[in-house]
Design a protein around this ligand. Sequence first.
Ligand code: M6R
Length: 357
Amino acid sequence: ELGTYPHYMIKEINEQPQVMRKIIKEYQDDNGELKIDKNIVKQLNDADRLYIIAAGTSYHAGLIGKEYFEKWAGVPTEVHVASELVYNTPLLSERPLFIFISQSGETADSRAVLVDIKNKGYQSLTITNVPGSTLSREADETLILHAGPEIAVASTKAYVAQIAVLAITAAVTARELNKVSDMNLMSELGKVTTAITSVIDDASKIEEIVKSYLETARNAFFIGRALDYYVGLEGALKLKEISYIQAEGFAGGELKHGTIALIEKGTPVFALSTQEKVDLNIRSNAQEVAARGANVCVVAMEGLEQEGDAYVIPKVDEMLTPLVSVVIYQLISYYAALHRGNDVDKPRNLAKSVTVE
Ligand code: M6R
């Protein structure tokens, strides 16, 4: 099954353009219009607030999904870590729709929430990679990720698929609510696919970044603002789970409220800038840490790049940049783990799906 790849993780990273193409095909009708099941459209139309429930990487995808539902469709959306919500339920709206995001569809923490909200009579939708999984069977409706089997413990292609399917679902919701959009989502997702391919083609360049920034690092930070903040959370999770480097993702503006105390000479800090309105802010955060000795690696989107940036991402729609920027962090994590001689696909202490609460 691995073919010529040394590990499932790198195979799955490389499959991402193919996954994007499959999603574009599956969620489009013959006229090129976005298409999702009419029962799901009804669920979305009927809801006055969305509650996205997930864990780990799927939670990070949910944070990005919230931006789509709110910015494109104007539907208030909350994102919750499943294990927290189950014992600490927030005040619910009158007509909530619970959206479960889970690669495996077997995560016990998410299932506990599903059981509880079903008992209360609320509507549920599962977005999963595994048709027939527990969360799919038990929810009212299901959307499939079409990412193909994900074997490596570190989730990569499922995250990208989750964001793409959330974008499509939010765009359909916006259309149903007659929100005008000047964006042709499917054609933008096509551009994203090309951009992902070009990042993957740069794998050896990204391996060099690992050599410059992470070879002897004991800890690392990932900063960003807006969508880039959420990608930083995912970058940090990916790095820690397979390289065992202590990593933290946080909002650039939060640095000076505490974390900057940890910056020492040589501390690697990854700063992501793909959002024009906060580009100057994140660059000034990068300077703040550089002035204290940090080894700052700036990853910027084409059009925002400056001299000295370590990597420039091909230009895509600003709302869709996470689909591309995360691939750099996936590759950075992969090479960091590989260079340390770790078991990339089966990191210590972790299971692919967490079936106990
Ligand atoms: O199967 P799920 O998407 O529900 O899994 C949720 C998390 O356990 C999972 O994303 C985990 O964080 C990954 N190991 C991250 O790479």
